[in-house]
Design a binder for this molecule. Structure first.
Ligand code: HMG
Length: 415
């Protein structure tokens, strides 16, 4: 069933993005680690990674991403009835990141709020819960705010070090969305695997890198198969003879590094045809037209875990919303461990007006380049918190950790 056939159209109404102020060119890191630069630029498809300084954490990143929406009057605090924060960089085992955000954003007290965890999939879990909450009628005309926020950390000198990143994406989910109308039927896949995890006492993730790539691709095939089954094979509204990608103007994938999206697209072409088989002869062309243009932000930010898929959506909206108005896109979300979802939606007519406020290019350009030495110092000091130098005053930041109470200062946001 397409969103337009449904009585109530529900989806993403607004997007806000926030990126940390610092960026590390991966070329410099490759030289420092004695790794061929081509392995990173071509082998992984990555160029830069965002670096979160010690005074920023999942809450401050999320608060900034959401505050941008309120500052630009894209939504009002009293409109929010559900606040969900998706993160795998939690700041407390019991107290959810969402309650800090609820306070910082001055949201109403009759707002349900909690934190979600399932590795990178949690952002999509939040979007789906929010959409169901709106469809159920429990929203009573209000909107949900879903914020995906993360800092991807692996040990220094590890091969995964090149796939770090940080950032947050805030999404307003509502009835009659002005950006992306979600189709109500999606495809899901879940399986217990140890591909990537982070035990409670560790700051950096543990990962079985190559196995994680296989788990991602198998989960994609599983989610696409479920999507096809749920749509009786007729996922493009036709008789089921058309391959899945042919009915979609763009495909967005969870992007831990851009080459992963390339691998994912080839797997989708193999498994997404109505008659499963080898990828079509025009696979490279399809990738170049439907996937690669939407990896621009991921290439310069790195893995933002829960926010990664939505950073691709923000980039597509920021760069080309007017071209996609009235067109359907496909989205694939993967979270290690693992759970995955394939879903579709229509870019709404008039979406370019909303997208014009995202300002992603400005955020990317405003960043300061770090040297490898500065990055290593920030990574080592990261566990101890800290206060920002003058240049960062004005951020909403983690000001201090005092008496085991986290203090967030609302002194503004990076507009
Ligand atoms: P690695 O050992 O650094 O790299 O691990 P590699 O040896 O696999 O090489 C990478 C690619 O570079 C290969 O291309 C090489 O051929 C190529 P491929 O065969 O894959 O197409 N290469 C070169 N290309 C050009 N010139 C050269 C050259 N040398 C080699 N000179 C790995 C890479 C991704 C495994 C590692 O970075 C890692 O462990 N990253 C973290 C895990 C990860 O990102 N997994 C992705 C799937 S799981 C996921 O997405 C979930 C996640 O986001 C977490 C969550 O859900 O919360 C991670």
């Amino acid at each position: 069933m397409r969103a337009t056939d449904d009585i109530m159209t529900v989806g993403i109404d607004q997007i806000g993005v926030y990126l940390p102020r610092y960026v590390l060119p991966l070329e410099a890191l490759a030289v420092a680690r004695g790794v061929p630069v081509e392995k990173i630029h071509i082998g992984l498809g990555a160029r830069q990674m965002a670096v979160a300084p010690p005074w920023e954490d999942a809450v401050s990143l999320a608060a900034n991403a959401a505050a941008r929406l309120f500052a630009r009057r894209q939504v009002r605090p009293e409109e929010i009835g559900l606040l969900l924060v998706a993160t795998e960089t939690a700041v407390d085992h019991a107290k959810p990141a969402s309650i800090f955000l609820h306070d910082l954003l001055e949201l109403p007290s009759n707002c349900r709020t909690f934190e979600l965890k399932h590795a990178c999939y949690a952002g999509t879990a939040g979007v789906m819960i929010a959409a169901d909450w709106v469809r159920s009628g429990a929203a009573r005309g209000r909107k949900a705010l879903v914020v995906a926020t993360d800092i991807a950390r692996y040990p220094l000198q590890s091969s995964a070090e090149f796939t770090q990143g940080a950032g947050a994406v805030s999404l307003v989910v509502s009835e009659r969305p002005r950006l992306l109308a979600l189709d109500p039927v999606s495809g899901v896949f879940a399986r217990n695997v140890y591909d990537f995890w982070r035990p409670l006492d560790r700051r950096e993730a543990l990962v079985d890198g190559k196995f994680s790539v296989d788990c991602y691709l198998d989960a994609l095939a599983g989610a696409v198969a479920d999507y096809r089954a749920a749509n009786n094979g007729c996922h493009n509204g036709g008789d089921g003879s058309q391959p899945l990608h042919a009915g979609l103007a763009a495909l967005l994938y969870h992007t831990p590094f851009p080459k992963m999206a390339y691998k994912a697209h080839l797997r989708l072409l193999e498994s997404g045809g109505c008659r499963t088989g080898a990828p079509p002869a025009n696979a490279e062309e399809s990738y170049a037209a439907q996937v690669d243009p939407w990896l621009g932000a991921a290439r310069e930010v790195g893995n933002t875990y829960t926010a990664s898929l939505y950073l691709c959506l923000a980039w597509l909206a920021d760069q080309a919303a007017s071209r996609f108005e009235g067109k359907r896109i496909g989205l694939f979300s993967y979270g290690s461990g693992c759970c995955a979802e394939f879903f579709t939606g229509d870019i709404v007519s008039g979406a370019a007006r909303v997208a014009g406020r995202i300002g992603l290019r400005d955020l990317l350009e405003a960043r300061r380049e770090l040297s490898v030495e500065e990055y290593e110092t920030l990574a080592r000091d990261g566990a101890h918190g800290g206060t920002p130098p003058g240049e960062d005053a004005g951020f909403c930041h983690l000001a201090a950790v005092r008496d085991d109470k986290r203090i967030y200062k609302r002194s503004g946001y990076f507009a």
